[in-house]
Design a protein around this ligand. Structure first.
Ligand code: FES
Length: 170
């Protein structure tokens, strides 16, 4: 449920999520057929993920049921329903990467940052996701850090890069 404050400010009452930026998104896709996915993409670009309140507002705007919008958002891997960290680490534990030592790297990340797959560090800096083959098996073990593929991974090298990233301002 959302409530209107003064002016155009609209805040989801239960969470404090500011829904105002959605106005521009809705405007941009007004009258467009099949607007749901582009709207979800734009909303995620704004919020970094898709909070429940945002999904509800989109459903309300498009006159769809919450379950329809939620179903689409959960079907596509590109959409996140949980807040993600400033930096995203995907570790591959597919067969080739597993054999070449991915579990050792995975354990080092867990030990160092206290992260389980799907978690984000408490400071919001780093999210960890485990995937199963990224199509770069020749480079196993493989990780992707903020969209950059890192092959022939070694735990010291990855931990160093993570520390550098997390202490950078960019
Ligand atoms: S198994 Fe890791 S990239 Fe294929």
């Amino acid at each position: 449920m959302s409530v209107s404050g003064s002016g155009t400010q609209t805040i989801a009452a239960s969470s404090g999520v500011d829904l105002t930026p959605l106005d521009d998104v809705f405007q941009r896709h007004r009258g467009q057929r099949g607007a749901l996915i582009p709207i979800l993409q734009d909303a995620q670009a704004i919020y970094g993920y898709l909070p429940k309140e945002v999904l509800q507002e989109i459903a309300h705007h498009l006159d769809m049921s919450n379950s329809t919008v939620y179903g689409v958002a959960t079907f596509y891997a590109q959409f996140y329903l949980e807040r993600h960290g400033r930096h995203q680490l995907k570790l591959c534990d597919g067969t080739a990467c597993h054999v070449k030592g991915a579990p050792i790297v995975w354990a080092a990340v867990e030990d160092t940052f206290g992260l389980q797959p799907g978690d984000t560090t408490a400071d919001g800096e780093l999210s960890l996701e485990i995937v199963y083959c990224m199509g770069s098996c020749a480079l196993a073990p493989v990780a992707v850090l903020d969209g950059v593929v890192i092959g022939r991974l070694r735990q010291e090298m990855l931990l160093r890069r993570l520390q550098e990233k997390m202490h950078s301002t960019s």
